[in-house]
Each structure stands twice: as C-alpha cells, then as structure tokens.
Design a binder for this molecule. Structure first.
Ligand SMILES: Nc1ncnc2c1ncn2[C@@H]1O[C@H](COP(=O)(O)OP(=O)(O)OP(=O)(O)O)[C@@H](O)[C@H]1O
Ligand SMILES: [Mg+2]
Length: 316
C-alpha cells in the first residue's frame, strides 16, 4: 500500500505539488493523471526518495522508501527508462541489478522473456535501443525483484499497440495477485481500461479522485441515452416520473440509470430503439476538471468544478 499524506513540494517560490493525499491499495491499479507539468513525476520521485518533500509524509507498506532494506525487492520503480548507462547492454543493466538484489542470472532471462526482448536485442547497447525497447527494459528492471508495489511513470510511453495491450494484461494480473500499482499516463483510453482507481491532478493539486466508476458516473449520478419511437411522449412520461430529461441528438439524455429508463419504458409500454449508459468518458472528465490548468485554451470548454463530488450538473 502506498500512503501519501499532505505532501507538498516547493521549488523556490513555485509549488509543484500542493498538499496531496491519497492511498493506493493492494490489488488495485491506480491511474495518476494530469496535464503536462501537473506534478505527477515530482510526486512519484518523492515516493521513492529521489526528491525530498517540503511537507507531508509518504509511506510504502508502512515505511518511508528510504527506510526499506533492499527496496527493489518490495517496490518496482520506472521513472525514466533512459536513465541508465547508455554504453551498457540491456542484459548488463539487468545483470548488475540482479547481482545487487542477490538474484540468480536466470531471473534476468525470465524478465527479458517477459518483456519480449530477444537475446540479440538484449546484447545491444542502450544507446542503440528504440524508445519502446528502452521502455520494455525499464519494465523488466522494475519487475526484477518481484516487488509487491509498482510505481511507473508513463510506462506505456513508446510501446506499440501490442506492447500496450501486453502491459495492460501484465499490470492487471499483477494487481489481481495482490500487487499495488500506481501508474501515470497521458493515454486516457488506456487508463480507462486498466485503472480501478483514478487520481486527477492539476497544477499540483488533486482535482478529483475515486474509483473509475464513481468518477465516470459523476458522483454516482448516472445518465442514460434513450431513443423511443415517440421521443416527445416518452420525455413527458420520464418527466412525470421525476427524472431530469433533455433532448440529446436523436434521442433523450435522462439523469438516471438505463435500468430505470428501461423500467419506465416497460411500464408505459413505450417502444425503444436505443438505450445505453452515457457515463462521461475519461477524456471529457479530464479536460473538464483540468480546463483551467491546461496550456491549450481550445480545450477550456467548460468551467471546472472544484471536485467531482461538488458537481451538481444535470444530465450531460
Ligand atoms: N527541480 C525542479 N526545479 C524547479 N521546478 C521543477 C523541478 N522539477 C519539476 N519542476 C516543476 O514542477 C512542475 C511539475 O513537474 P512534473 O515533472 O512533476 O510534471 P508532470 O505532471 O510529470 O508532467 P508531464 O506530464 O509533462 O510529465 C513543473 O512545472 C516543473 O517545471
Ligand atoms: Mg512527468
């Protein structure tokens, strides 16, 4: 378990991370999202003692990272895959780490196999690695000591589609076996597929956090899209039942679950041609909640509520 309590990082007069608190639970994949410069990498660096905190406390499995003996046996870290000696081969890098950790060299072969780096590739020097190969090596390095916790800064960066799918399956099964995973990413679709919990950060502050389900259903407020043969009549029926309803495209957006809408349709003998859940996508949520922290004004489409929990918007 990773516990971050009231952590702040100030560089000179600039606050890069501002009073951030969250917990990453075992058995869960936690996605750490935020625009460029939001403070994700800084927060991760503080977790593993590479950057001291200005205020606050971070523990992993109840201990500060710097107090954990042989930390790579407990915490797998991938912050910058290129931060290795460029003249060493991938295999040498893993071999050195294995020796430091007291692991047999067979573990290196196992990891190279796991991340699909061929024996030939593993003998190439790091300076001749492609971005994706470097990233695969970084993942192998993080997993080498069979840790219980993984802290990965943009692990999917540079991976090809098959590699991204492989990593998703790898991290999911790692969490299913009880591992704790914290990963940052800009690939929102990817995070939506993989993360159980999501932490959204903008300008150093957490703007939203919760389970994927909670966030995407906007604080439990579900929305259903429905199209009936007679939309006007069904809209009147839904309004009579007290559901917020608006016209949306060819159909209606209703501020309740598809189950309730289906029930209303059955009871009023309404013929439907479409009914589905219209939970906000992660990308919409991300752009909305971080609108005032984004560089591109074009994405500042809606005012950002302070937190998802205080949002009292009607149907989308
Ligand atoms: N050593 C430092 N000195 C001064 N400012 C720093 C330092 N390290 C980071 N920062 C600033 O802290 C802020 C957060 O940076 P950080 O790298 O944590 O962002 P990030 O969320 O990881 O962004 P990205 O998505 O681009 O990787 C940035 O404004 C950055 O310039
Ligand atoms: Mg970063």
């Amino acid at each position: 378990m990773i516990k971050v309590e009231g952590v702040t990082k100030v560089y000179g007069g600039f606050t890069a991370v501002d009073d951030v608190s969250f917990v990453c639970q075992p058995g869960r994949v936690t996605g750490f999202l935020g625009p460029n410069g939001a403070g994700k990498s800084t927060a991760m660096r503080m977790m593993v003692g590479l950057t001291p905190t200005t205020r606050g406390r971070i523990t992993i499995g109840g201990h500060a990272y710097t107090d954990i003996p042989n930390p790579a046996r407990h915490v797998g870290v991938l912050l910058d895959a290129s931060a290795q000696h460029k003249g060493r081969s991938g295999r040498e890098i893993l071999n050195l780490a294995a020796i430091t950790l007291g692991l047999p060299s067979s573990r290196v072969d196992e990891m190279l196999d796991l991340v699909s780096l061929s024996p030939k590739e593993s003998k190439r020097r790091l300076k001749n690695y492609s971005l994706g190969m470097m990233q695969r090596l970084g993942i192998a390095h993080a997993l080498l000591g069979d840790p219980e916790v993984l802290i990965l800064d943009e692990p999917a960066n540079g991976l090809d589609p098959a590699g991204i799918r492989w990593m998703r399956d790898l991290l999911k099964s790692y969490a299913d076996r009880g591992g704790t995973v914290l990963l940052s990413s800009h690939l929102l679709n990817e995070v939506e597929l993989i993360a159980d919990e999501i932490i959204l950060i903008g300008r150093g502050r957490i703007v939203a956090q919760g389970t994927k389900k909670e966030l995407l259903s906007r604080d439990g407020q579900e929305t259903a899209y429905v199209t009936a043969v007679d939309n006007a009549a069904f809209a009147a029926e839904l309004a009579r039942r007290g559901f917020p309803v608006e016209i949306a495209g060819d159909g209606l957006a209703v501020g309740t679950s598809p189950l309730e809408v289906g029930r209303a349709a059955a009871e009023s003998q309404t013929v439907l041609t479409d009914l589905r859940s219209a939970s906000t996508g992660l990308e919409d949520l991300f752009l909305e909640l971080t609108a005032d922290t984004q560089r591109e004004s074009a994405v500042a489409v809606q005012p950002a509520p302070a937190t998802v929990g205080t949002s009292n918007e009607g149907v989308a």
